[in-house]
Design a protein around this ligand. Sequence first.
Ligand SMILES: [Fe+2]
Ligand SMILES: [Fe+2]
Length: 273
Amino acid sequence: MRITVIVDNHASGDLLAEHGLALWIEARGRRVLFDTGAGRALAPNARALKIDLRAADTVVLSHGHYDHGGGLPAVLRSRPGPEVYAHPAAAQPRYAVEGGRARFIGLPTESAAAQARVPEEKLHWVAQPVGLGPGIGLTGCVPRETGYEDTGGPFFLDRGGQRPDPLEDDMAMWVATARGLVVCVGCSHAGIVNTLRHALKLSGADRLRAVLGGFHLMGAGEERLERTLRDLKALKPGRVAPCHCTGDEAARRLKDTFGKRYIAAAAGTRLAF
Ligand SMILES: [Fe+2]
Ligand SMILES: [Fe+2]
């Protein structure tokens, strides 16, 4: 399988960087666009990387935040159009509320409209685990079991900050390879350890080949970081490629912990497993 990072907070060469994530995954006969970035970077970066977004047969939305669903209109424009997988809660309004100020961080109106125009037979609502074929699948909702992991921010379903957003729509994608499981994560709002354990359990894989995506540890305190690193280590990942919302401090600690197994991923990074 091959993975190319199309959109990330960091970018190599002339590629655009933005707060967002989009991965191009070629695996098991499928061409999957996993998340779409915030919107601005997807099309130009795909062009520069010689990736034809119209060739995507599958689009997965890891969760309904603007920095993952902003590029949906660009990829859903093509006909006949890809199969689209998202959790029913991904399209709901949601906010970051800090210091009494609310910021809308849900799917932009144009993205929600583009998703609503997807033909009914091509739109797959995912809450439970779902297989995309032999050896490839989506986790659906990830059980929150570790106790020390949370959604990682001041996330609410209302502007007033009264109803916490559990980010129940957060899901990951897994691909089985001969040397273990490869897991792609969006923001890991369910917790990176929860997510990886769940993916391993669902797939039946006995080892973790690699994990790539946003670990969402930028606001994590020392205790959470320590426990996350300890539990990640116990999973013995072959490669750890954190990007997007992982946070600089957490990335540094992951690099210290995993040494040669650490990959600094950014837009333009190409990986093969
Ligand atoms: Fe994100
Ligand atoms: Fe997010």
